[in-house]
Write a protein that binds this ligand. Sequence first.
Ligand SMILES: Cc1cc2nc3c(=O)[nH]c(=O)nc-3n(C[C@H](O)[C@H](O)[C@H](O)COP(=O)(O)O)c2cc1C
Length: 376
Amino acid sequence: MSRPAPLTRWWTSALHAGYTGLARPVMFRYGGGDPEAIHDQLVPALGSLPAPAARALRTVLAPPWDPVRISGLTFPNPVGLAAGLDKDARAPLAWSALGFGFAEFGTVTPRPQKGNPSPRLFRLVDDRALINRMGFNNEGSAALANRLTMLGVERGNGVLGIPVGVSIGRNKLTANENAIDDYSRALRNVAPVADYVAINVSSPNTPGLRDLQSRRALEELFSELDEVRRDIHHQDPVPIWVKVAPELSWAELDDVVAAAEACGIDAIIATNTTLARTRADGGPLRSAKAAETGGLSGAPVTLKARQVVDYLARNTRLPIIGSGGVMSPADALALREAGASLVQLYTGFIYSGPALVRGVAAALAGAPLPTRSQEH
Ligand SMILES: Cc1cc2nc3c(=O)[nH]c(=O)nc-3n(C[C@H](O)[C@H](O)[C@H](O)COP(=O)(O)O)c2cc1C
């Protein structure tokens, strides 16, 4: 791990202290403590930042740049915004300004949908975790594509300064037998604005969705999506990544790998949120909210995500993107050592703010890349 310069370290600590000491307490109390209330204020507020302000913020917060190349894309740093934080791309310019090296919007579905009734997002502060059962609330894949198009985003043109990923899923009311149609429609909508498209078959909050992770279902889905992407961009089809659940057994992960490799999938994101309710050490969660239904993220997932990344890294040459419980630079470094080329943050970003993006980027700068996924 390269050691950041003293001034860089001082600035990261100051940012961390400012966020955890000032901003976070206010944010966590806002709206009577309902996490969705502050989220619904902050993301559009970030989206209304004028471009010069976003550029200035990017200069102030700038993490070390240490480009990583996978899926034919160059990531200025390996720290991504995980799917779900900016589902409808309301603040596209903010994420590079906050130091991220890529941003994954979505998950979007072909038709807009409201998601589950509120409350549906819970903070488990004592466990440094969140539980959510949002249920793919989103304005639809066409609306997302329109919003990005209005900003001048086109696949490959780099208008946001970082690669743009879009995560797609099926609508709640679509049966799994018809899921391929939903994914195909969403892929057609978002392919013109996405540098990569992530296939979400691992959210625990859409009934039956995770059944699409069986080998047969994945092979059918992937081969259809491969045809669709080749139909859209004949010579240079958009990279497709798939995101898996942390609960898959090793045998089930073997199936995902086999299907992904057979159908030309470009990378695997490991992992989504978990239905488990234990701490990393196996003990019970401490927070009263632990009994809420939904997907658990944050510190309790750190070890599980690392184990899945490690297993995948030993069983495929596809690049792996580590997602789950990156709460500190050391967690990110451990994911890299387990085999992740890139990492994504959600819950850690909520608890530690932009200092975590900087800290993780600094920790990964110069850390060896997994040899199997390097491009030359
Ligand atoms: C409120 C919330 C909403 C999420 N929505 C999505 C989503 O729409 N699509 C998706 O692929 N993952 C979604 N996720 C999962 C995250 O992208 C990430 O994989 C997971 O939270 C583990 O990372 P973390 O521990 O850093 O949060 C969501 C997570 C949270 C907390």
